[in-house]
Each structure stands twice: as C-alpha cells, then as structure tokens.
Design a protein around this ligand. Structure first.
Ligand SMILES: [Zn+2]
Length: 501
C-alpha cells in the first residue's frame, strides 16, 4: 500500500432502558404497531419539557468506566439543529463539548485503540418507504430512544481491525447489559471515517491528524448504512480501493458522506459532509447542566461486572483451563456465569468424594470447560440456540461432568444423556437409569462377553499374537458394540490385555 490508511469509527448503540430518553414513553422501537409509544414530548410539541433518563445516563457512564474512560463530572446537553422528516423537534438533543465520558480504549489483539468520547443523545423516528408507492410513512416509536455514541480516535489501521473493534465493543455492551447491540436490527450502527494520506505527510497531535509542513491532507469520507460486521470490513476495503484509485490518477477525493450498498458491495455518494458549524450547536435551554456526584459515580462503579479481558486471565489462573477455552467461555457473560455456577455446584460432589479439594476442583473445572466447548455449544449451534435458551441447570450439568469424570458412564453415554438433558432438565443420574446406560463394570460379566468376541475374531487374535498389537483397538470396538456402548472401556481393555497375553 502506497498510502497511509486512517480510519476512525463512530458507533451508535440504542440503550436498553424502560422509558425513552426525555419522556416516560415505553422504550420499544420494535413495537408491532406504529406510533403507539409516543407523547407530546417525544413528538416535539411546543411547550413540553424534556427530563433526562437517569438509567440512560448510568448506562453510558458504566460503558465509559468499562473501557477506561474518564467521566465528566460536569456535563450538559446541547441542541444539534438539522431538519429531517423523522426528527419531530427539528433538532436533536445531544452532547457537544461536554460529553459524559472522554478518553479510554479498547484492546484489539494487544493493541490499545484509543476512544475519544462517549456521549448520550436521542434517536430519530423511522421513515418507511413503501415499494411502488409515492408516499412515505413515519413511525415515531423510535424517536427519543436513548442513543449512546462512541467515537474512536482515527488510529485504526485497516478494515479488519475496524471489524474486530466493533465486535469487541458489542461484546462489552452485552456484558454490561446496556444494549442488545444487534447490528442487523439497527440497535448498534457503525459509521467509518476513512482517508488515505501520502506516506510521511502527517502527524497525529492533540487527537487530530495534521499535515506536516509543506504537505497537504486528503479529506476524509464518512461511510454510513453499515448493517453487519461483515459490511464494516467490506465497506472500508471498498473505500480504501476507491480512494487510492482516485489518488493514483491525480483525481480529488471529496469530503462527503457515502452510503454502503450491501447488494453490490459499493459505497455511493449521499451528500457533501456537514461540519459541526452546520449544526449550530447550543446548550439545551430546557435541561439544566448535569452534575455527577462522587456518590453516584461510586454507586455506578459498584454495578460494573468483571469484564471479559479480566475474566479470561482469572479463568486461566484459577481453573487452569487453556486460553482458548477461557476466551470461548468469556465471550458471553451468561455463559461465563453459567460455567462458574456449574463449577461451584461441583463443590458438593468434591467434598463428598473426600479427594483433595483444590486439585480436583481444577481437574473438574477443566472437564466442565471441555464438555461445554466440545458438546454443549455444538448442540446449541445445531439447534440455532444460544446459552440464554438453555434449560439445563448448572447443578444438573455439574452432575453429568462428575459422572463422566469418575468413569460412572463413558463419554458416548455422556453424549446421549446430554442430548436428553437438552430436551428436559432432569438429573443425569435419573436419565442414566431411564435410558439403560448404566455402565457394565462387572468383571465376570465382561470377561464372558470378551471371550465370546475373541472366539469370533480368531484372525485378529492371531495378528495380535504375531506382534500387531494395535489390533486390540478393533477388538475393544467389538466389545463396545456388543454391549451397546455400555462396557466400561477401561475395565474391558484390562481384561482384553490379560486374555490376549
Ligand atoms: Zn414520549
């Protein structure tokens, strides 16, 4: 690449709150009926007074704390003036120069991507263009929904990193339970600012990209309408290619807003980019300045859950599981909590077994992690479900882990029990009995079965005796088949070895 790539992201997230940002209407942008969650305040009728939503402010501050931002103890709301049919007031209440949070970072592949700010505003309504009709309908249910905007510094190096950033941020929002953050539903929306600069022509200073002396900067292009993680990458890659071709041909890149077209993977001009002067920001006269007290900040701090980066490190240290397992289990807060409750349920079993506690706990924590990653998540994926849909209690799952770990059932029986547990949350001990999966441990019984099998497979017995000892695996397979998978494989192997020697 002949140019330096400069990418910054703006990510909007609809906050999960009971009511809208400045009124008591239900915050439900996906209501079945249009315009049923509206009132004079969110419809912008004259003479109404907006009142900020405390829950939304808390969730914004919480997000800031989680990504290491500083909190502006003195903050305020501002009016951003622009005219658009789905903006009933003719302006949006947003935050201009005193956002709730500033600074901070998210770590992507061991690189800290700095965040400029997080501020709080309100969402617009939705225009509905009916195909083939010459009119537009407007639904104001979304108007006034709390919207949190995060802006990064322009220090993202390529499209892949931008995509990873969005994925990591979504994980954080879900961990904090501040937003569902589903990009396909528009609950999380990403815009990318992309520019290409001649190598060695710019410096990054005071949060800005500046031209070096005697050099000129190329303008940035804002890309909107990005509705999936995949599109983040595609849209930015397309824009890099488009701009580099223009520059290669000595043509001008215009400072414009372009929309991404999912169908053909191209960005298309929407309008020349507005500058903040176009919005004529001024302090919102109907809302007094915000003061975040020490006490309130402390309260919010206490609600902060353990975030995935810390959790991954703790899981590795505390349970001795692999980094891959720790990452997998920590990807989703519910899954990580479910895992830890299963491990803690195992405590009762460990105590009853009389074994050394800590050693056994780590071993079982590993078995639990393995059973989740190799079996449970696979099952859920096949059924297009996620961990929230699961009905198995950690208590029953722990029981299953223990049965397999102690060799009370073998792994194929374990799989059958797990499949059954996904349909009904029953005790595995009960299911083992019900499904007739009790293991055959009885040596006499197994010995008789194995003798029969050796009689039937004389050729293999000869091979074994002639030194081809790997054939024992085939014979064990025959034993397992003959007992419908119920033989204790360890005991059966010992008997086989004895009889063949
Ligand atoms: Zn309202």
């Amino acid at each position: 690449m002949k140019y330096d790539i400069i990418i910054g992201l703006e990510i909007h997230a609809e906050l999960k709150t009971n009511s809208k940002m400045f009124c008591s209407c239900l915050n439900n942008p996906f209501s079945d009926k249009a315009n049923n969650n509206v009132c004079p305040i969110c419809l912008g009728h004259p003479g109404t007074l907006p009142v900020p939503n405390k829950e939304a402010i808390e969730k914004t501050i919480m997000t800031g704390l989680a990504i290491h931002s500083k909190i502006n103890r003195d903050s305020k709301f501002d009016r951003k003036n622009y005219f658009y049919p789905d903006l009933p007031k003719g302006y949006q209440i947003s935050q201009f120069d005193m956002p709730l949070c500033y600074g901070g970072y998210l770590e992507i592949d061991d690189r800290q991507i700095p965040v400029t700010r997080i501020h709080l505003e309100e969402d617009t309504g939705k225009s509905i263009h009916k195909k083939g009709e010459n009119y537009t309908l407007i639904d104001f249910n979304r108007a006034g929904t709390p919207l949190m905007e995060m802006v990064t510094e322009p220090l993202i190096k390529d499209a892949k990193e931008a995509k990873k950033f969005c994925q990591e941020y979504q994980k954080y929002l879900r961990y904090l339970d501040v937003s569902e953050a589903d990009m396909e539903k528009g609950e999380m929306r990403c815009e990318a600012n992309v520019s290409l600069q001649e190598k060695d022509s710019w410096i990054y200073e005071d949060g800005l990209i500046k031209a070096k002396e005697g050099k000129k900067l190329n303008p940035k292009v804002e890309v909107k309408n990005i509705n999936s993680f995949k599109s983040v990458e595609r849209a930015i890659d397309f824009e890099i290619k488009r701009q580099s071709e223009l520059l290669d041909n000595n043509e001008q890149v215009l400072p414009e807003t372009r929309g991404f077209d999912e169908d053909n993977g191209e960005t298309k001009r929407q309008r020349i980019k507005e500058t903040s002067a176009d919005y004529r920001y001024f302090p919102e006269p109907d809302i007094p300045p915000l003061e975040i007290s020490e006490e309130w900040l402390k309260e919010i701090h206490q609600k902060l859950p353990e975030m995935p980066d810390k959790k991954i490190k703790r899981f590795i240290q505390q349970y001795g599981i692999t980094e891959d397992s720790a990452i997998l289990l920590s990807n989703n807060r519910k899954l990580s909590e479910w895992y830890e409750s299963a491990v803690s349920e195992l405590g009762a079993w460990i105590e009853a077994s009389g074994d050394e506690y800590e050693r056994l706990e780590r071993a079982l924590a590993k078995s639990t992690a393995n059973l989740i990653s190799t079996q449970l998540l696979k099952h859920l994926k096949e059924q297009d479900q996620n961990i929230s849909d699961i009905e198995i209690t950690p208590e029953n799952f722990a029981e299953l882990v223990f049965l397999i770990f102690k060799g009370k059932i073998n792994s194929s029986a374990g799989q059958k029990v797990l499949t059954e547990m996904l349909d009904r949350n029953e005790s595995p001990i009960k299911l083992v009995k019900e499904l007739g999966l009790e293991q055959i441990d009885n040596e006499e019984e197994l010995k008789n079965k194995i003798k029969e099998i050796l009689d039937k497979n004389q050729a293999q017995v000869e091979e074994y005796k002639n030194g081809k000892t790997t054939v024992i695996k085939f014979l064990l397979g025959q034993v397992m088949a003959a007992t419908k998978g119920k033989a204790n494989p360890k005991v059966a192997m010992e008997i086989l070895e004895k009889l063949l020697s």
